[in-house]
Design a protein around this ligand. Structure first.
Ligand code: PEP
Length: 248
């Protein structure tokens, strides 16, 4: 059985005090409702220590939104996998479409980040997904295969299967336009089929405008084991409602 996982990506939002408050509200609700689902949040790096302290012992996991592909040295502004691990992170997002699009991260750079994260014991949450133009021109599967293939080439299939994979169609992120459950399932089934013999144990998430109104239908799909949630993860009630829906 794959344990459901719901991850909140807070992006570049909030202040120190609002992050502590949000983490505290999530932790309180999570420990109120002990369950099978695993929840984690990815705050901005500068709030990791505060959020880690607030979550301590409450069972909510911690992740980061990005990681350097380098181990250490003269890489101004970067944060290494070892640093994230020291601050209590279990997870780190790699290949989020905002990093690919706004910072020009190529699939080979994403793969190097993936390897760096796993090298220090972090679990990468590898994000893959197509743009609207790519979907409309029938290239969605090709794009996703290329994004996965780059990681397999750099790290191997077993390493990919040790990660969490998130299908995040670029056209659904932050747009309010969620993929239909059938669209999400179709791509996630394709992703699972490419994972070799460990396919059945790998957790696959859907991300893109998930909220408390559409999550339940998505979670009914066979290959959707949880969600990567952006906007709706900034409200504790809504985020926890989504987590509860993933229980079933
Ligand atoms: C995301 O940033 O990974 C995301 C899915 O955002 P949103 O839920 O806001 O679409």
């Amino acid at each position: 059985m794959r344990r459901p996982l719901v991850v909140g990506n807070w992006k570049m939002n909030g202040s120190r005090s609002s992050s502590i408050e949000l983490a505290g509200n999530i932790a309180k609700k999570f420990s109120d409702g002990e369950g099978r689902v695993e929840c984690a949040v990815c705050p901005p790096d500068v709030f990791l220590a505060d959020v880690a302290g607030t979550l301590a012992g409450d069972g909510v996991g911690l992740g980061a939104q990005n990681v350097s592909q380098y181990e250490k040295g003269a890489y101004t502004g970067d944060v290494s996998a070892e640093m994230l691990a020291e601050f209590g992170c279990t997870y780190v997002l790699v290949g989020h479409s905002e990093r690919r699009a706004y910072y020009g991260e190529s699939s080979s750079q994403v793969s190097a980040k993936f390897v760096a994260a796993q090298g220090k014991g972090l679990v990468p949450i590898l994000c893959v997904g197509e743009t609207l133009a790519e979907r409309q021109s029938g290239k969605a599967f090709e794009v996703i295969a290329e994004q996965l293939g780059a990681v397999v080439e750099a790290a191997g299939l077993d390493a990919l299967a040790a990660a969490v994979l998130a299908y995040e169609p670029v056209w659904a992120i932050g747009t309010g336009e969620v993929a239909s459950p059938a669209q999400a399932q179709e791509v996630l089934a394709f992703i699972r089929a490419s994972l070799g013999e460990k396919a059945d144990v790998v957790r696959l998430l859907y991300g893109g405008s998930v909220n408390a109104d559409n999550a339940a239908q998505l979670f009914e799909q066979k290959d959707i084991d949880g969600a990567l949630v952006g906007g709706a993860s900034l409200q504790a009630e809504q985020f926890m409602a989504i987590c509860q829906m993933a229980e079933t």
